[in-house]
Design a protein around this ligand. Structure first.
Ligand SMILES: Cc1cc2nc3c(=O)[nH]c(=O)nc-3n(C[C@H](O)[C@H](O)[C@H](O)COP(=O)(O)O)c2cc1C
Length: 379
């Protein structure tokens, strides 16, 4: 069984209000309808747990364990037992207030508890790669709390945690179902898009003809952010971060690739890093361990991997795959090429690349041309 814990610190207005958007509650179950102190009771933190299922299985146990470790007053709600209504799509909440929802009588105890809580724990077992239907129905009722609609100031400063368990896979998509922050800039607004990417938002896609601006129908770009316990988050690097990225490329190259290259190959690689005009045209992605840059992938137009290096101390932790997947999300056509060093051929094969030719030697650089195409390798 797998367990995933995703934490959302509701520090900013956008984050806090968006987190709440995803929540909803029903009525408290039996004795749990009032706040109850944990055994530790060291703080007076108010914790609300929304259980995405009725039974007290593994997911329930993990979330209770966390709540008890945090200490404080705990209130629990089980879905669908405590709230079992699917959203009717009547738009009453958007047109007026959530309190006008036809289900508000049932929803109110959960909504009130959430507004009062310091920490929200939303949990769900993975059902068919997503959160349970009852959790999704519950969250639908809070669409109106979305930051672009009627955000609730009470949600500022809250912390939210999503917990999911699975027999095998689907925890990431389930955590995203529960805690997710969206941003929707106009697709032509390169400045906003860049700022979002810098802040760690992942590009999800273009929403065609989604808004009217100055009388014109325009596209919008959809970005999302899930702050998880993902140990090595990946994001696009800013121009100021590129020197550090090039230094990492060089150090990893010296350790793993230079030994297999003739001196002129090593010099050619160094020259490519020093070629400002060339590096200016590359798009860099970085993986981080806290503040430390531990992996770099850079792209050359149109869809060619120009460099792919992970700090030796961080090998075998899935960082390369994570970098590759993050980069792929930015491209519509899923065809990528690379000229792989001898050392990396096997690594690229594991990512789904196939050699297009035997090894070549140009200017002292040994490389194998390789290609990735989505679907070709079942990926
Ligand atoms: C209807 C249903 C669908 C499920 N789908 C998945 C799935 O897509 N992926 C997975 O890894 N586990 C899946 N599972 C297994 C549960 O997610 C897993 O056993 C979970 O730990 C159960 O949590 P619980 O003990 O709190 O009920 C599914 C279980 C059920 C009942």
């Amino acid at each position: 069984m797998g367990i995933a814990v995703t934490v959302l610190s509701c520090l900013g207005k956008l984050e806090a209000q968006s987190a709440v958007t995803m929540l909803g509650i029903g009525l408290a179950c039996g004795a749990s309808s009032c706040w109850k102190s944990s055994e530790k009771g060291l703080t007076i933190m108010k914790i609300v747990i929304i259980h995405g299922q009725n039974h007290e299985g593994s997911t329930c146990m993990v979330s209770r364990e966390l709540a008890h470790k945090m200490g404080g007053e705990i209130r629990e709600f089980f879905l669908p037992r405590d709230f079992d209504k699917p959203c009717l799509g009547c738009y009453t909440c958007f047109k007026t207030e959530l309190s006008s929802c036809p289900h508000y009588k049932e929803l109110e105890p959960l909504a009130a508890a959430m507004l009062e809580a310091d920490l929200l724990i939303l949990e769900s077992p993975v059902y068919v790669y997503h959160a349970t239907g009852q959790m999704m129905s519950f969250l639908d009722h809070f669409g109106t709390w979305w930051v672009v609609h009627r955000p609730r100031p009470e949600m500022n400063g809250k912390q939210a945690v999503a917990i999911c368990t699975a027999a095998s896979g689907g925890m990431k998509s389930t955590a995203k179902d529960i805690l997710r922050i969206y941003a929707e800039p106009f697709s032509y607004n390169a400045g906003s898009r860049r700022a979002l990417e810098k802040a760690g938002f992942a590009f999800e896609g273009i929403m065609k003809n989604n808004a009217v601006k100055n009388g014109k129908i325009v596209d919008m770009a959809l970005y999302s952010l899930t702050r998880s316990l993902e140990p090595y988050p990946v994001r696009r690097l800013s121009p100021e971060e590129i020197p550090a990225a090039l230094e990492l490329c060089w150090q990893v190259f010296l350790e793993f690739e230079a030994p297999e290259y003739p001196p002129e190959g090593v010099a050619a690689f160094r020259a490519s890093l020093d070629d400002r005009e060339r590096t200016r045209q590359l798009k860099f992605y970085g993986a981080f361990d806290g503040e430390k840059l531990v992996g770099v992938l850079c792209m050359r137009a149109p869809q060619h991997i120009g460099g792919f290096f992970v700090d030796a101390a961080y090998h075998r932790r899935g960082i390369g795959r994570h970098l590759f997947q993050a980069m792929r999300r930015d491209y519509g056509t899923q065809i990528f090429t690379v000229n792989s060093s001898p050392y990396a051929v096997e690594i690229y094969c594991r990512l789904g690349f196939v050699p297009m030719d035997t090894e070549r030697l140009t200017g002292g650089l040994r490389y194998t041309p390789m290609r990735f195409e989505q679907g070709e390798n079942g990926l």
